[in-house]
Design a protein around this ligand. Structure first.
Ligand code: ADP
Ligand code: DP6
Ligand code: CO
Length: 323
């Protein structure tokens, strides 16, 4: 077999308008559109090769992958084998430069990098639009990590029409995020499980598509006019509405901890009393991403470290699409 370089890097993205619920769990078709910013500091690098073993071999961060991780990756390998009429076993070596399954979107960078690497291994020659569809089959949010900067995932109605499109791959506005990690351990309820419980049991779920439609159109205007405060406020509102679906699910659940709430309240205080631009967005985990601007992020980081000496903080800037 001729040597092929399958190494692919993809960055995580953080949703400013959240994806939370599937209308088709098999194809990963979402109930709504969503919108994200790809980030430079958190990423995954993956390589793949065909092996003559009887089993697939999957390595995560230098160790054999845990069973749940193995099975989910293998399901994606099966899909690619099926698409390419191939039966050969595969070795995957992947490194997450982001905590895995902790609510910092490792599934987005992970499956975007995996789709990109397998595109090279199988010589599929997929366009970025087709790659977005393929990555989506691994994890919905991965559809967006194909592109850099601001990315809009259009829900679509079929495998071929549910894909992300770039809005602005190189944002000029001075946005940046401060990631505040209180706990980098895997969550107890995966995103897949959490959104399905919210969709099927929250009495508020029927409101969610309307909330997203309104927030999305306001967010696009705020991005077009480079209005950072509006961007932050809409993102925070949308995030809290998403989590309210979980608090109202049956049985109810929450990804927030006391620290999550304490920081959200502090940000509100800093906005009012110090006129800082600082808004929270939280995915399926306890950790907070603070939306802010470049010339305030150091001050905010110092304040966060003062209030939470144990927290790990990282400054993140807009990042690029897959390489
Ligand atoms: P997160 O908040 O990190 O996205 P999820 O619950 O959405 O958490 O997804 C975590 C799962 O994503 C992992 O258990 C694993 O199955 C998958 N995943 C994470 N990183 C990778 C990777 N590098 N390659 C393949 N799959 C990955
Ligand atoms: C809260 O894309 O991780 O981060 O499609 O089941 O893999 P699956 O879920 P995933 O869900 C992400 C949920 C979120 C919001 C978002 O990224 O839009
Ligand atoms: Co995820």
């Amino acid at each position: 077999m001729e040597y092929q370089n399958t190494q692919t890097t993809a960055h995580t993205n953080i949703a400013f308008i959240k994806y939370w619920g599937k209308k088709d769990a098999q194809l990963n078709l979402p109930c709504t559109d969503s919108l994200s910013l790809t980030l430079d500091g958190y990423f995954t690098t993956t390589t793949s090769k065909f092996i003559s073993d009887n089993e697939d071999q999957i390595w995560l961060n230098g160790q054999r992958a845990p069973v749940g991780f193995f099975k989910r990756t293998q399901k994606f390998l099966d899909l690619c084998r099926q698409l390419n009429h191939c039966k050969q076993k595969i070795q995957i070596i992947t490194t997450n430069h982001v905590p895995t399954a902790a609510g910092l979107a490792s599934s987005a960078s992970g499956f975007a990098a995996l789709a990109g690497s397998l595109n090279k291994l199988f010589q599929m020659h997929l366009s970025r639009a087709q790659l977005s569809c393929l990555a989506r089959r691994g994890s919905g949010s991965a559809a967006r990590s194909i592109y850099g900067g601001w990315v809009w995932w259009q829900q679509g109605s079929s495998d071929q029409t549910s894909l992300a499109v770039p809005i602005d791959e190189h944002p000029q506005l001075p946005i940046c995020l401060l990631s505040v990690v209180f706990n980098d351990q895997p969550k107890k309820i995966s995103s897949t499980q959490g959104m399905e419980r919210a969709r099927t049991t929250s009495p508020f779920y029927s409101c969610w598509p309307h909330i997203v439609a309104n927030d999305l159109s306001a967010m696009k205007k705020a991005i077009a006019t480079a209005d950072l405060q509006q961007i932050g406020q809409i993102a925070e509102n949308n995030c809290l509405a998403m989590h309210a679906l979980n608090w109202s699910a049956r049985p109810a659940f929450s990804y927030f901890t006391d620290a999550t709430w304490k920081l959200i309240n502090l940000l509100q205080q800093w906005r009012q009393e110090l006129q800082l631009v600082a808004y929270a967005t939280v995915d399926a985990g306890p950790n907070v991403k603070i939306i802010t601007q470049k010339n305030q992020v150091q001050q905010i980081q110092a304040r966060v470290q003062h209030s939470f000496p144990e927290a790990q903080t990282t400054i993140l800037y807009p990042g690029s699409g897959i390489q």
